[in-house]
Design a protein around this ligand. Structure first.
Ligand code: NAI
Length: 319
């Protein structure tokens, strides 16, 4: 047997930890020596109501198994109170798992401001508030591990979930930026897009599928990314579920150099359309600096002959 990854002496805050994935993370960290702050407002999956039972039950489970945990019942909108619970009880915070979430599924046609605003409040503002409150502690101690929770809905857009899709992809940009700002202070930030059985997915997936999507199967990646032995993995985007794990990256097509044609007409662009969609020899940019390389490379592309005024179907029409 190898050495166990452990979090002795460290404090882990898990938001939305009263059920589903957050509960699975909390029980794991509790079993591996961490002080766990189990946050959950205890409302419905649509963001209605509240109760202290959900978080307290998870705390009881951890404590009765010999672990250390305290509950916090604030909404993630008040992230500063959640982080304060960690400081008050354990004097520190080392890991933040931004996990709390709700759904307000409805077609865009029928969406009300309330459906949009509530999703933004929990997923976008909530994740911001918790990270914002943890950040000064992370910087001061030159240590922090942060996990953001995105979703395939965010990566691809999902029918009937434009509010949720927008909020979930926001976690990618947010976390990429935090990864860049945090790296100097040993603050490592990664994004996961999980798939797991929970009350959120219970209504949309059949039972035999859900049986193969255990929330516990998401835990190992979260563990590896938030352990002190991770010293380099930051800004990653991971998709996982059902025991499968994979990493995402951006891909940029070979592209076209419009500049070689000094007309800059729409017709000049259409003439180069196939290059814009050419996925042979793609690039995998990791930051804005790559754009400079792109421009240098673009100078080496063959010049665009004078625009021939083509439309999308290759007809001579557009200038
Ligand atoms: P869940 O509904 O079991 O867990 C979410 C928890 O967040 C609930 O316990 C809820 O009470 C809590 N919560 C909601 N609003 C809160 C607030 N304002 N403050 C504090 N806590 C709040 O669902 P699940 O599946 O465990 O979801 C966890 C995260 O994973 C969510 O961010 C969800 O969007 C995301 N996710 C889940 C997927 C899945 O397949 N289960 C797919 C993609 C993303």
């Amino acid at each position: 047997g190898g050495e166990q990854l452990r979090w002795d002496g460290q404090t882990v805050v898990v938001t939305g930890a009263g059920g589903g994935l957050g509960r699975a993370y909390s029980l794991f960290f509790g079993s591996r020596g961490a002080n766990v702050v189990v946050n959950d407002l205890g409302g419905s999956f649509k963001g209605e109501g509240g109760s202290q039972t959900a978080a307290q039950k998870v705390v009881d489970e951890i404590v009765s198994a010999g672990g250390k945990a305290v509950a916090n019942y604030d909404s993630v909108e008040y992230g500063e109170r959640i982080i304060q619970t960690a400081i008050d009880n354990y004097g520190r915070i080392d890991v933040l798992i931004n996990n709390a979430g709700i759904l307000r599924d409805i077609s865009f046609k029928n969406m009300k401001d309330e459906d949009w605003d509530l999703i933004m409040k929990v997923h976008v503002i909530g994740a911001y508030k918790c990270a914002r409150a943890a950040w000064p502690h992370f910087r001061k101690q030159k240590y922090g591990r942060l996990i953001s929770t995105a979703s395939a809905a965010g990566l691809f857009g999902s029918f009937g979930q434009c509010n949720y899709s927008a909020a979930k992809l926001s976690q990618v940009g947010f976390t990429e930026a935090l990864a860049k700002e945090g790296v100097k202070y040993n603050i490592l930030c990664n994004t996961i897009a999980p798939i797991a059985a929970s009350r959120m997915t219970a209504t949309v997936m059949p039972e035999e599928v859900l049986n193969n999507l255990k929330p516990e199967w998401i835990v190992p990646l979260v563990a590896v990314l938030t352990h002190k032995s991770n010293t380099s993995e930051t800004g990653g985007i991971f998709e996982l579920g059902g025991g499968h794990m994979a990493k995402y990256r951006w891909e940029r097509s070979r592209g076209a150099l419009l500049k070689a044609d000094d007309t800059f007409t729409p017709g000049a662009l259409l003439q180069k359309w196939s290059d814009i969609e050419d996925w042979t020899n793609p690039q995998h940019p990791t930051g804005p600096n790559d754009f400079m390389t792109l421009l240098e490379d673009a100078q080496k592309l063959p010049p665009n002959p004078r625009a021939q005024e083509l439309d999308f179907k290759g007809k001579v029409a557009v200038v």
